[in-house]
Design a protein around this ligand. Structure first.
Ligand SMILES: CC(C)(COP(=O)(O)OP(=O)(O)OC[C@H]1O[C@@H](n2cnc3c(N)ncnc32)[C@H](O)[C@@H]1OP(=O)(O)O)[C@@H](O)C(=O)NCCC(=O)NCCSC(=O)CC(=O)O
Length: 373
C-alpha cells in the first residue's frame, strides 16, 4: 500500500508586527473621533457611543498578544483602519503568489527536492485574491513545478482538507509529490472598526510537501496514518463578499462583506464538534489519548484550544503537547495549525504520533493523524 509522508514545511511571516497595544491605540483613536463626530446625536440619545477596546481584554479572551501583517501603516492609521495593498498589474506576481513562493521554497528545500519534482500544487486558504486564473497555476509557473494546480477554499480548514486531497492524489497513483500552500491575508477581510473582532487575525503563509514514501529523499518524515473531515452548516462565521455583490445592488462596502462572527456561539458549538471528530478519528485508528504526543491545533482562541485538548487528552496539556503560536501570530486561518507543526516538532522522536487539527467557518473541521517515521 502507498504510504504518504510529509517531508517538508515552510513559513512566510510578514515583516510588520503589530502588538495589542498598537492595535488598541488605533482603534480607540478611531472610536473617539467617531464619538466626537456624532457628539450631538449621542447627547440626544439617538446614537450609542462607541466603547473602547483594551489589550487586557484581548489577551484574556483570546490569548493573542501580537500579529504579523502585510501592511501595518494602513491598519494603525485611525483615518484608514484597513491595510493598504496597492493593486498589481497583470504582469506582476500576485501578492499570494509572492507569499507562497517564499514558504514553498523553504518546504522544497527541507524535503530535499526541486520544484520540477512537484506534480500537484494546491493553494488552499480562506480568501483568494481573484476569481481566476488560479493562484496555484500562477505559483506552479513561478516555481517551475510540473503537473497541475488548483485553488480551494474551506476557510480555516483549508489546509487539512487540502492534505486529504493531496494524500488521495498520491495514494491513487495520480502524482508522486504534491505541494500545499496556505497564503492567508486575513487582515484584508477583517473589520478593524469592530471592537469584538478587530484583534483576531494576522497574515502568514505556510507550505507543505507531501510525497509517496517510496520516492521521498528527506530523512525527517511524517507518515499520514489517516485523515478525517467534517462539515456542518452554520452562519455563526460568515463573510458575504462575492462576485454577485456588484449585481445584487447591495452595498459592496457593507460590513457583512467582511468577516463577521458570533464568537460565543462559535466557541460553544465548535469545541464539542472538534473533540468528537478527534476522539472518533483516533478510535478508528485504534489509538487512544495516551498515544498522542502532540496536538497541532487550529490557532483561533487559547481558551478554545485548552478545552479541546482537555476533552481529547483527558487532562490539561502542557505547552509541549499542544503548542501555541496564536500569541505571536493571532488567528492566521488555515495557516495556524501548520505554523504550529512547522515550529514545534523538533523534539518528537521516531514513532511519536501527532494530530494536525483545523476548525472554522462552515463549520468545517479536519483531523490529520501522523506518525514520525
Ligand atoms: C471573540 C472572542 C475572543 C470574544 O471573547 P468572549 O466571548 O469572552 O467575549 P464577549 O464577546 O462575550 O465579550 C465579553 C465582554 O467584553 C466586551 N468586549 C468585547 N470586545 C472587547 C474589546 N475589544 N475590548 C474590551 N472589551 C471588549 C464585551 O462588550 C463584553 O462586555 P459585557 O460583559 O459588558 O457585555 C471569543 O468569543 C472567541 O474567540 N470565540 C471563538 C471564536 C473563533 O474561534 N472563531 C473562529 C474564527 S473563524 C476562523 O478561525 C477562520 C475561518 O474559519 O475562516
Amino acid at each position: 500500500m502507498t504510504q504518504v509522508v510529509i517531508t517538508g514545511t515552510g513559513l512566510y511571516t510578514p515583516a510588520h508586527a503589530v502588538d495589542n497595544e498598537a492595535l488598541v491605540k488605533a482603534f480607540n483613536a478611531w472610536a473617539k473621533a467617531e464619538n466626537d463626530r456624532h457628539a450631538d446625536a449621542i447627547a440626544a440619545g439617538e446614537r450609542e457611543a462607541l466603547e473602547y477596546s483594551s489589550s487586557a481584554f484581548i489577551e484574556k479572551a483570546s490569548g493573542i498578544k501580537n500579529r504579523y501583517v502585510l501592511d501595518a501603516d494602513g491598519i494603525l492609521d485611525p483615518q484608514r483602519m484597513r491595510p493598504h495593498l496597492p493593486e498589481r498589474g497583470n504582469d506582476e506576481p500576485s501578492i499570494q503568489c509572492e507569499m507562497a513562493l517564499d514558504a514553498a521554497r523553504q518546504a522544497l528545500a527541507s524535503a530535499g527536492i526541486e520544484a520540477d519534482d512537484i506534480e500537484l500544487v494546491i493553494v488552499a486558504c480562506s480568501n483568494l485574491e481573484r476569481a481566476y486564473p488560479a493562484v496555484a497555476v500562477e505559483l506552479q509557473q513561478a516555481l517551475g513545478a510540473g503537473g497541475y494546480g488548483f485553488d480551494m477554499n474551506v476557510a480555516c480548514s483549508s489546509a487539512t482538507f487540502a492534505l486529504e486531497t493531496a494524500a488521495n492524489a498520491i495514494t491513487s497513483g495520480s502524482v508522486k509529490r504534491a505541494l500545499i500552500v496556505n497564503p492567508e491575508i486575513c487582515s484584508a477581510h477583517l473589520n478593524f472598526c469592530d471592537r469584538d473582532s478587530h484583534f483576531i487575525f494576522g497574515d502568514a503563509c505556510t507550505a507543505m510537501v507531501l510525497e509517496n514514501d517510496a520516492v521521498a529523499r528527506a530523512e525527517e518524515r511524517y507518515a499520514i496514518l489517516g485523515t478525517r473531515l467534517v462539515t456542518q452548516f452554520s452562519n455563526a462565521i460568515r463573510n458575504n463578499a462575492g462576485f454577485l455583490n456588484r449585481v445584487t445592488d447591495a452595498d459592496p462596502n457593507a460590513l457583512d462583506k467582511l468577516f463577521v462572527q458570533e464568537g460565543r456561539r462559535v466557541f460553544k458549538e465548535v469545541c464539542p464538534l472538534v473533540a468528537r471528530l478527534l476522539c472518533a478519528h483516533l478510535a478508528s485508528l485504534e489509538l487512544g489519548a495516551e498515544d498522542v504526543s502532540r496536538l497541532w491545533l487550529h490557532q483561533a482562541n487559547q481558551n478554545m484550544n485548552d478545552l479541546i485538548a482537555r476533552k481529547v487528552l483527558g487532562a490539561n496539556p502542557g505547552p509541549e503537547q499542544a503548542p501555541v503560536i496564536l500569541d505571536r501570530y493571532a488567528n492566521t486561518s488555515s495557516a495556524g495549525s501548520i505554523i504550529a507543526f512547522h515550529l514545534h516538532r523538533d523534539s518528537l522522536v521516531r514513532g511519536d504520533i501527532g494530530i494536525i487539527c483545523s476548525f472554522g467557518a462552515g463549520y468545517s473541521a479536519g483531523s490529520v493523524v501522523m506518525q514520525k517515521a
